[in-house]
Design a protein around this ligand. Structure first.
Ligand code: NAG
Ligand code: NAG
Ligand code: NAG
Ligand code: NAG
Length: 419
């Protein structure tokens, strides 16, 4: 008990709670719940047996607090993770819940097991999972630490000769089949693989996140969105070993703005169509992104074997600081360059707008639109692009293959679209 500061504030009335919390200097205004307010009850993991010493597994306490809140009749229940350190083994928080909205407030540090062994017999793709919840609001000033080092050290990508190397490692936070939900203010570090996965969700508001992992960590994407609609991501800072944000198949109405990205692989749509499937990606809007030292700026990559479309994409107001491939469309994506033979199929990429780009490229081909002969890229628009080389004495170029569209205003380097 003594290890929860929040616990001290747990007194009878909501008002008293608030006042005492202020005295303790906690950001408690956002608590808006108490043990007595019937419309907004708090479910503190400390009351469900959490030990919070950072070494004892607290996942059962988290699980019990979740189940109590989820089955509670109260209007606006909140699970509270106080300002302490919790070791949490892989756990699934399932919905649907009784309440219309349910809050998951993380104020402390949530640590993943520090060794892959904790996943023995469990699904190695997941650590923390919310499944089938509507009105989920995950927030708080806390930290989610994936402690991925043990997984990175056995990753097949980085250690192909290691016996028992792994290609699949846990995604830190999985929001699966959620509706009308949000994820705010959390700080993520060192996930073993992707940090945040949005999968099968309708209506997701993501904001004020900080996501950090070493540049050399394998496949540690910041946020990956898959099979989801109506997703807003704003005001986030990502620096990892893979894509800052990646957008997968069956996605529409995705709005991304105010992103700081780097190190990492930039913002990516794809890869898509790998299994010869019917790709459906549309209305993707990315604006106000600052990219620093990334391997790509904005990229769309599709496999020739795929079908379907990527359409209605805007990239607007992007600033590049020494980015390797600022603008890249690769419709001939293949994990081994040149190993995929030319096919008659392809994912049709159309109505893609690049507007107001400034800054520097660290490679000479700053615009690379590599489209397929049989299913060319169409309605590509380049407007107000001002890219210069990050190295003195270099001149930037564009390289287009089967890319059709228009150029407006000043475009540097010299564009190469076919009309
Ligand atoms: C993330 O992992 C790296 C490498 O293991 C480590 O140096 C760094 O301190 C970790 N970051 C945090 C915030 O724990
Ligand atoms: C953006 O996020 C940062 C922390 O990452 C925060 O300090 C700042 O207040 C946020 N800005 C807005 C407008 O929400
Ligand atoms: C375009 O894709 C083809 C097929 O993968 C590849 O051989 C070629 O080098 C690419 N061109 C550029 C400029 O990247
Ligand atoms: C453009 O790409 C083609 C191959 O896709 C290559 O042969 C050519 O040299 C490239 N041009 C520039 C300027 O890099």
């Amino acid at each position: 008990m003594a290890c929860s500061i929040y616990y001290l504030t747990n007194i009878k009335t909501a008002m008293g709670h608030f006042a005492l919390a202020l005295i303790l200097g906690l950001a408690c205004a956002i608590f808006a719940c108490s043990k007595s307010n019937e419309d907004a009850i708090c479910f503190d993991v400390m009351d469900y047996g959490a030990v919070c010493d950072g070494t004892t597994d607290d996942s059962q306490a988290f699980f019990k607090a979740w189940n109590a809140a989820c089955s509670s009749e109260t209007e606006n229940p909140s699970i509270i993770i106080p300002k302490q350190t919790f070791l949490v083994n892989p756990v699934v928080f399932r919905g649907p819940c009784k309440a219309k909205n349910i809050n998951f407030l993380i104020l402390g540090r949530v640590l993943a097991p520090d060794s892959p062994q904790a996943w023995e017999g469990l699904d190695p793709s997941q650590w923390l999972v919310f499944h089938g919840v509507s009105g989920l609001r995950v927030s708080g000033s806390g930290l989610i630490d994936g402690r991925g080092n043990g997984w990175w050290e056995q990753s097949c990508r980085d250690h192909p000769d290691l016996e028992g190397c792994t290609s699949l490692a846990p995604t830190a936070l999985n929001l699966i089949s959620c509706k009308r939900s949000s994820l705010k203010d959390i700080h993520f570090v060192n996930s073993s693989q992707t940090h945040v996965l949005i999968m099968g969700c309708d209506g997701m508001d993501i904001g004020n996140l900080m996501i950090q992992a070493p540049e050399i960590s394998p496949n540690t994407d910041g946020i990956h969105i898959q099979a989801s609609n109506d997703v807003i991501i704003s005001n986030i800072t990502v620096g990892t070993g893979d894509d800052c944000i990646s957008i997968g198949d069956s996605t529409s109405n995705i709005y991304i703005s105010n992103v700081g990205c780097g190190p990492g692989h930039g913002i990516s749509i794809g890869s898509l169509g790998k299994s010869g499937n019917m790709v459906q990606v549309e209305n993707i809007h990315v604006s106000k992104v600052y990219l620093k030292g990334t391997t790509n700026g904005v990229r769309i990559k599709t496999w020739q074997v795929g079908k379907g479309y990527v359409r209605g994409v805007t990239f607007k107001d992007l600033y590049f600081d020494s980015v390797e491939n600022p603008i890249i469309i690769d419709q001939n994506y293949c994990n081994i360059r040149g190993a995929c033979k030319e096919l008659q199929s392809g994912v049709h990429i159309s109505d893609v707008v690049f507007i107001n780009f400034y800054g520097t490229s660290s490679t000479d081909v700053a615009i690379n639109l590599n489209c397929s002969r049989s299913v060319a890229c169409t309605e590509i628009l380049l407007k107000s692009i001002q890219l210069t080389s990050a190295s003195i004495g270099h001149t930037l170029t564009s390289n287009c293959t089967n890319a059709f569209g228009y150029t407006f205003g000043m475009v540097q380097p010299q564009p190469c679209l076919q009309i």
